[in-house]
Design a protein around this ligand. Structure first.
Ligand code: PGA
Length: 241
């Protein structure tokens, strides 16, 4: 199981101290086969890399520019730069960025650039509340997968995080039946090998007991709860107990 901590626009130098507990935990037997990946803001990637050098915790970025080359793009960071800092993952297509105008086409270019830089991609997909209410969940997921992964053959090193937009940061999660259906639907889109499927949206220390029983999930993308080391560790522990 993969446990991806998405710190969003939180975290300063001092936040590094909170990671000691997680490092200790990651070296213990309790974690079993779980893999922890931290996605801090760009400003902390390098410090996180150094901090995790002697443990198995991996790091990733929360987005990347679509260009495979360096260039005159003020304020942006490309996949090569992310890989160069020691990160192995990148989150692409998060709804918070889709809401700011990131299209499936742009997401597709970003994924291509990330694959080119040998980063593992966590592609976020999910329907809004309005889309859910009007019965459009499947068509939204279909579209995001189809155009997001257009002309992308390499499906290894690809993770799809199913994150219903209405579930992010709200404390609400889908019903088990809804989640089962969505996961089955996503997997069905891939003829041969399905990518690893993560669930994201208000994962916390209470609902993990139910979420861990959902079949076909390979892990979780955790926002708010991942900023508190104790809660994050608890989520991992409860997944296995
Ligand atoms: P949340 O965020 O756990 O705070 O809902 C998840 C995400 O946006 O990746």
């Amino acid at each position: 199981m993969y446990f991806v901590a998405n710190w969003k626009m939180y975290g300063v130098k001092n936040s590094l101290n909170t990671l000691d507990k997680v490092i200790k935990f990651s070296n213990s037997k309790e974690i079993k086969k779980g893999r922890i990946i931290y996605c801090p803001p760009y400003t902390l990637l390098s410090s996180f890399y150094k901090k995790f050098q002697n443990c198995l915790i991996d790091i990733g970025a929360q987005n990347c520019h679509e260009s495979t080359e360096y260039g005159a793009h003020t304020g942006f960071v490309n996949s090569k730069m992310i890989k160069n800092i020691g990160a192995n993952y990148v989150i692409i297509g998060h709804s918070e960025n889709r809401n700011k105008g990131e299209t499936d086409k742009l997401i597709n270019q970003k994924i291509k650039s990330a694959i080119n830089a040998k980063l593992k991609v966590i592609l976020c997909i999910g329907e809004s509340l309005k889309e859910k209410r009007s019965g459009k969940t499947k068509s939204v997921l279909s579209k995001q997968i189809k155009y997001g992964l257009d002309k992308i053959k390499i499906k290894t090193n690809l993770f799809i995080a199913y994150e219903p937009v209405w579930s992010i940061g709200t404390g609400k999660i889908p019903k088990p039946s809804e989640l089962n259906q969505a996961i089955k639907f996503i997997k069905g889109k891939f003829k041969k090998k399905s990518p690893q499927i993560l669930y994201g949206g208000s994962v916390n220390t209470s609902n993990i007991k139910n979420l861990k029983n959902i079949k076909g999930l390979n892990g979780f993308l955790i926002g708010g709860a991942s900023q508190n080391a104790k809660n994050f560790i608890d989520i991992v522990k409860k997944t296995y107990n």
